[in-house]
Design a protein around this ligand. Structure first.
Ligand SMILES: Nc1ncnc2c1ncn2[C@@H]1O[C@H](COP(=O)(O)OP(=O)(O)OP(=O)(O)O)[C@@H](O)[C@H]1O
Ligand SMILES: [Mg+2]
Length: 289
């Protein structure tokens, strides 16, 4: 039996990674609030800050000094559910949090083997693991996506964000991971040259999750360290996150077969095959980008 099959079989939980082409689109806001929303459904939920250089889950949840994934890395050979449990901060919401390294230069010490061992250890114990991922396609982000059952790919209506999301969807196609990607359109009611109703067609997706634009609630929540599903549960953005949680929890067809070709090899073969950058988005002014 393949190692990855063995790992999958010993899993109890599901894993969703929150990812985006571009920074600042709302990944941390979604990760924190979605984790709490899932916990409110009586699930045991762990949240990992996978933005190893500049993670800010601790700030968003007002978590003080804590252990981090660096401590898990230091004792990776002996890591088991018991040891890992000591490294997770127990947030007042009930969500257990594995923080990012204390300092950006420690990020490189987190290898893909460490990521894989930590995720699989968490998944043996918890019903759900939510990962707030860093940006960019690199070994760390790809390994999260490979292990995950679901990739929540976040975008806003900004042209650059949509354009790069469209590119990423093509990459996921090449990586044979397209069927575990769901697009989340954040700030869907913001003013933009692109309208929310155009996004499914532009991106070629049948369905996407939407979270409205509410900067006052979202930013206050981040700055106070009180997630809005707790502090403002009846706000429009909290309701949108509860809806995503309901959908994730009811989706029973998440487990993916692991593919054998290493992900970066697949990407390089994509690069060799394709030339040019156009992804075919037409803006309102009809210029193709
Ligand atoms: N639905 C929303 N409506 C309005 N503002 C939002 C919404 N979601 C997030 N924001 C705001 O967008 C900014 C970025 O949010 P956040 O830090 O969650 O993004 P991020 O993708 O994690 O960023 P980074 O890539 O820097 O980690 C914050 O100021 C936050 O308050
Ligand atoms: Mg973030």
């Amino acid at each position: 039996m393949e190692g990855s099959e063995l790992q999958t079989q010993s899993r109890k939980g599901k894993m969703a990674v929150i990812y985006s082409a571009k920074g600042g689109v709302g990944k941390t806001s979604l990760a924190v609030n979605l984790a709490i929303a899932l916990h409110k459904k009586k699930l045991q939920v762990a949240l990992m800050d996978g933005d190893f250089q500049f993670g800010d889950v601790n700030v968003a949840m007002d978590i003080g000094s804590s252990f981090s994934i660096t401590d898990a890395a230091d004792s990776i050979d002996k890591l088991d559910t018991y040891r890992l449990n000591h490294l997770l901060s127990k947030h007042s919401s009930g969500v257990h949090v594995l923080s990012a390294p204390e300092s950006p230069e420690l990020a490189d010490l987190i290898t893909t083997a460490i990521i894989s061992k930590v995720c699989e250890t968490i998944l043996k114990e918890y019903d759900y693991l939510i990962v707030d991922s860093g940006v960019g396609l690199n070994d760390q982000t790809l390994s999260f996506m490979e292990i995950a059952d679901e990739i929540l790919l976040m975008t806003t209506l900004e042209l650059i964000s949509i354009k790069n999301t469209k590119r990423l969807l093509k990459v996921f196609e090449t990586l044979e991971m397209r069927n575990k990607v769901k697009v989340v359109l954040n700030r869907s009611t913001m003013e933009s040259v692109i309208e929310a109703s155009q996004v499914p067609e532009i991106l070629g997706v049948d369905h996407l999750y939407s979270i409205p634009n509410n900067f006052s609630v979202a930013s206050k929540s981040l700055n106070l360290g009180i997630p809005f599903v707790t502090g403002k549960p009846s706000s429009d953005i909290a309701k949108a996150v509860f809806k995503i949680a309901a959908n994730l929890d009811s989706n029973e067809q998440l487990l993916e077969e692991r593919k054998k070709q290493p992900l970066l090899d697949k990407l390089f073969s994509l690069k060799r095959k394709k030339g040019g950058n156009s992804v075919g988005i037409i803006r309102k002014d009809e210029r193709k980008i």
